[in-house]
Design a protein around this ligand. Structure first.
Ligand code: GUN
Length: 286
């Protein structure tokens, strides 16, 4: 049986559940979880992502504050604004959209975010907590992938999971999560030898390379589950993933499409992380 993994539907369900929960909190005491988003400069892709995040907050009932800062904002100015939000008890989550302009050091900015408000899960404290198996915030895309596997009853235990791409945002955290779910994990990258042979052994193949259609049918074992994290824009303006969907869907047992696969889950899990930040801040009875 072949399964097309419907990230849009799963994300919609998650957002509905969050909206229902927040409506009851609001009725009880009128409090509102709040997410602050920083965007520096005018990277077109970043603008699209931030607009998507704003739409989702409205839908679920999270208040959002979007700080649009000019391209020439200094690192010190950005860090000072983050410090203001860290100290503000009415703000529960803080996110800085990446990439930042090259004159700003992204790691110094990430470290400036209070770990208990770091809804991206990129602060080294949160990276460390995840790596020892006691996460505070799970980065949104890997969190979304785990939710998709869970929703479709795909249990990673005992399976060989091969991940292509070792980024801090996707590859490394999903490797940790799959390991904690008892998969055997291979984390591959541009220097991996025999990548094709390794991928071909995978029960679960995760493509997070950032190159259009590089994972073709020759990389995929019959019956494998294929998760495509890539969002690439082709010359004709169309979106495509890292996986050559039209050939791989003939061998995979389950596959995420692009769009409407992992992408909507990333935003849904950001809403989930903001809810979790708010619940932890407010104690057990927000
Ligand atoms: N840029 C691309 N992906 C992400 C993400 O998950 N979070 C942030 N903050 N920026 C990104």
């Amino acid at each position: 049986m072949f399964t097309l993994i419907d990230g849009q539907a799963v994300a919609a369900n998650i957002k509905t559940t969050i909206a229902e929960k927040l409506a009851t909190y609001k009725l009880k005491n009128g409090s509102v979880p709040t997410l602050a988003v920083f965007i520096v400069g005018d990277n077109p892709a970043s603008k699209v992502y931030v607009a998507g995040k704003e739409r989702a907050t409205e839908l679920v009932g999270i208040r959002s504050i979007v700080e649009r800062l000019p391209q020439d904002t200094t690192e010190a100015q950005l860090i000072a604004k983050i410090a203001e939000h860290n100290a503000d008890d009415s703000i529960h989550g803080i996110l800085v959209q990446l990439p930042l302009p090259t004159h700003i050091d992204a790691m110094r900015v990430t470290i400036a975010i209070a770990p208990e408000k770091d809804v991206d899960g990129f602060h080294p404290v949160n990276v460390g907590l995840l790596s020892i198996g006691t996460p505070q915030f799970i980065p949104c895309t890997p969190y979304g992938i785990m939710k998709l596997l869970e929703t479709y009853n795909i249990n990673p235990a005992g399976k060989l999971a091969v991940i292509v791409g070792r980024s801090n945002i996707v590859g490394k955290p999903i490797a940790n999560l799959l390991l904690q779910a008892d998969a055997t994990v291979a984390l591959c990258h541009s220097k991996t030898s025999d990548l094709k042979e390794l991928c071909k052994q995978a029960d679960i193949l995760i493509a997070a390379v950032g190159k259009p259609n590089v994972i073709t049918r020759e990389y995929v074992k019959s019956g494998a589950v294929v998760i495509d994290v890539g969002i690439n824009r082709l010359a004709d303006g169309k979106l495509c993933g890292d996986v050559d969907f039209e050939s791989v869907n003939k061998v995979a047992s389950a596959i995420t499409p692009v769009p409407k696969g992992v992408g909507p889950m990333t935003i849904a899990m950001l809403m989930q992380n903001t809810l979790e930040a708010y619940e932890r801040f407010a104690g057990n009875n927000p």
